[in-house]
Design a protein around this ligand. Structure first.
Ligand code: CDP
Length: 244
C-alpha cells in the first residue's frame, strides 16, 4: 500500500477501529501432537504457532545450570510470511526478538524447580501484519501453560503507537509503516512490565498514556489466554472417565 494521506478519519482508523481497540484475536491451545505444549494464534492479520518442549535435558551440556532450568526462545519468520520473501534463517532482527521475548517470559517460569534442564520455546510466524513479537509472546505463554510448565502467572503482550498525532492500541502493518511510534509491551499478572521497546518518538505525556493503554490491552489478552486454556482443559475435565 502506498502512503495514505491520513491514517485516522473522524476518530476512526482505516480498518474501522477506534483508538482503543484491538484487532480480532483467536487463540487455540494444544494444537500440535508432538510438542509438550502448543498454541495457534490469529492476531489481526498475524498467524502464529508456538511450540514448547521441556523441561528436558540441556544439550550441549556445558549450557546446563546446576541450580535452575534455562529458558530458550526461537522466533522465526517463515519465508512466505511477509510481502517480500524473507530469507530463511536467523538474522539480526530475529535474534533480537528471540532475546527480548525470552526475557519477557522467563521471569514467570519457576526455573528453580528444574535444575540442569531446559524449556525450549519455538515461535513460527506464518503470516505477519505488524506486532509479531507481541503475538509470539502471547502464544508462547499459552503454550507454556499447555505444556504444564510451572509458572507464577501468564504473560500478555500488545503494542501501542502513535498515528496522525494520536496514541492508538495495536498497530496494523500500515500504521506501523507510516505511523510516528511503535511501542511493544508485555505485562504479567502482577502488573510487572517484562517487555518495553520503542521505535519512533513520543512525548513523556504520550508515553504515559501509551503505557496505560497497552496495560489495558494486555488485561483483555490475558482473559482470552485463560479462555483458550479453559476451552481445552475445561472440556477434558468435564468428560466422563472411559470404562475399562
Ligand atoms: O512484527 P513486529 O512489529 O514485532 O516487528 P517489526 O520489526 O516492527 O516489524 C513490523 C512488521 O514489518 C512485521 O510484523 C512484518 O509485517 C513486517 N516485516 C516485513 O514485512 N519483512 C521483514 N523482513 C520484517 C518485518
Amino acid at each position: 500500500m502506498t502512503k495514505p494521506e491520513k491514517l485516522m478519519i473522524d476518530g476512526k482508523r482505516l480498518d474501522g477501529r477506534g483508538p482503543n481497540e484491538l484487532r480480532p484475536i483467536k487463540f487455540k491451545a494444544g494444537v500440535l501432537k508432538r510438542a509438550d505444549g502448543s498454541c495457534y494464534l490469529e492476531f489481526g492479520g498475524n498467524k502464529v504457532m508456538a511450540a514448547v518442549y521441556g523441561p528436558r535435558e540441556v544439550h550441549p551440556r556445558h549450557l546446563q545450570n546446576a541450580s535452575r532450568a534455562i529458558v530458550r526462545y526461537r522466533y522465526n519468520m517463515a519465508a512466505f510470511s511477509v510481502e517480500e520473501r524473507k530469507r530463511p534463517g536467523p538474522d539480526r532482527r530475529s535474534i533480537e526478538i528471540s532475546k527480548v521475548s525470552r526475557e519477557a517470559l522467563e521471569s514467570v517460569v519457576l526455573e528453580e524447580l528444574y535444575p540442569r534442564s531446559a524449556v525450549d520455546i519455538f515461535v513460527e510466524i506464518l503470516q505477519a501484519d505488524a506486532g509479531t513479537r507481541v503475538a509470539g509472546i502471547n502464544a508462547a505463554s499459552v503454550a507454556l501453560a499447555d505444556a504444564g510448565i510451572p509458572m507464577r502467572c501468564l504473560v500478555s503482550a500488545c503494542s501501542v503507537g502513535k498515528i496522525d498525532g494520536e496514541v492508538v492500541l495495536d498497530l496494523n502493518k500500515d500504521e506501523d509503516n507510516y505511523g510516528q511510534a511503535d511501542l511493544p509491551v508485555a505485562v504479567n499478572q502482577f502488573g510487572e512490565v517484562t517487555l518495553c521497546q520503542m521505535d519512533g518518538h513520543l512525548t513523556e505525556e504520550e508515553f504515559g498514556k501509551a503505557l496505560d493503554m497497552a496495560v489495558d490491552g494486555c488485561k483483555k489478552l490475558h482473559e482470552m489466554q485463560k479462555q483458550a486454556l479453559v476451552e481445552k482443559y475445561g472440556t477434558m475435565v468435564a468428560q466422563p472417565a472411559e470404562e475399562e
